[in-house]
Design a protein around this ligand. Structure first.
Ligand SMILES: Cc1ncc(COP(=O)(O)O)c(C=O)c1O
Length: 357
């Protein structure tokens, strides 16, 4: 396999965030004013969805929850463990203008979860006049056009995908539906150890990046894996400790999208087109990262291994889905990375043809 020379030192491209102070100069360079007035914070995106479903259940009981057929399997499995009334509808993750024809499958008062694929989906839905309830998932599109200008009944996001915080999710209602109804939230004990474990992993990662001490890297990866497993098994709907809420609120005013937007522009100056995968791109909005779409699995594994060998750790979004949609790899382009890193990523990707020979 080809190895491209790098000056990344210990900082690989991707994986979870290393610890960073909220007043870090690089991080606070771009600011946003977007913060929904009626938001509620949770430990995870999954909790935010569950809260919204419980909220809807205070008004009605007999409804189907519709999820995209192609979706984050952690969410699908977690929701299926909580609710039995779940069905799926066909989608198109590669087409930002895909319209969900809800009238073909949904009934009055059903709940339709609409995923903002890669942060560039326009979240279009044709209800055909049927009175459905919409929940948009902006986990990969925090601060994107669709997120900020949403007209959905409710929105949620897994904040921890964009903010360097141990845990965090948010629910809000662009239509100003009341969120603070008397829904019973458990106390936060079961999530506190997961927050602490993730925070320790982030601190270790930061130390590793500074020192190159490999045992810190190993330990941080073990901790993060364990924390994620704990999240998969934790179905509790809890409140969030106020000291954790305060930490999340300190990271919220940062415009994470602006960093990506600058990086994507930079990357495209050097990135060449490729036969092996399609780059999901748009001129009007900013993708979550660099999203590569593979139709077949044949080259996916080879390219993934090649990227990892070159210190780029892409995430597969998402494992466990039916393969008719192909496979999507995300390369992180967030605030952690510089113009030089973009050139490095472009150089590595421009050599993938050699790798597949
Ligand atoms: C699109 C999407 N929505 C929601 C979630 C759930 O977020 P969390 O892991 O914070 O529960 C994830 C990831 O797990 C995701 O990829």
């Amino acid at each position: 396999m080809t190895n491209v020379s790098t000056n990344l030192n210990n900082k690989g491209i991707g994986s979870f965030f290393a610890f960073v102070e909220n007043h870090d100069k690089n991080l606070t360079k771009h600011k946003t004013v977007f913060s929904p007035e009626n938001k509620m914070l949770f430990y995870t995106g999954r909790q935010a969805i569950k809260y919204l479903i419980e909220l809807i259940r205070t008004e009605q009981n007999a409804f189907t929850i519709w999820l995209p057929e192609y979706y984050c399997m952690h969410v699908t499995e977690w929701l299926k463990s909580n609710y039995s009334n779940i069905e799926t509808y066909k989608t198109n993750p590669s087409n930002p203008k895909h319209i969900i024809n809800a009238f073909e499958f949904a009934s009055k008062k059903d709940v339709i979860i609409i995923n903002n694929f890669w942060g560039v989906s326009e979240c279009l839905i044709d209800t055909g006049g049927i009175d459905v309830i919409t929940i948009e998932d902006h986990s990969h599109g925090w601060l994107s056009n669709s997120c900020i200008n949403s007209k959905a009944d409710f929105c949620m996001t897994s904040l921890r995908k964009s903010l360097p915080i141990p845990l965090g999710g948010m629910a809000w209602s662009p239509k100003n539906h009341e969120l603070n109804k008397s829904i019973k939230l458990m106390t936060s004990e079961s999530y506190e150890p997961i927050w602490d474990k993730t925070l320790t992993a982030m601190v270790y990662k930061n130390e590793y990046e500074k020192t190159g001490n490999l045992s810190l890297k190993k330990e941080s990866l073990l901790l993060i894996k364990d924390a994620e497993l704990n999240l998969h098994k934790n179905y509790n709907l809890t409140s969030i400790q106020s000291k954790h809420e305060e930490i999340i609120n300190k990271f919220l005013p940062i415009n994470y999208l602006e960093f990506k937007s600058e990086n994507i522009k930079e990357l495209h100056k050097s990135l060449q087109t490729n036969q092996e995968f399609e780059i999901i791109d748009t001129n009007t909005s900013t993708t979550f990262g660099l999203i590569l779409h593979f139709k077949e699995s044949t080259n996916l594994d080879k390219i993934r291994t090649y990227l990892i060998d070159n210190n780029i750790y892409p995430s597969l979004l998402w494992p466990g889905n039916i393969n008719t949609y192909g496979y999507y790899l995300n390369i992180h382009l967030d605030y952690r990375y510089t113009k030089k890193d973009m050139l490095y990523i472009a150089n590595v990707l421009n050599k993938t043809d050699d790798t597949l020979k």
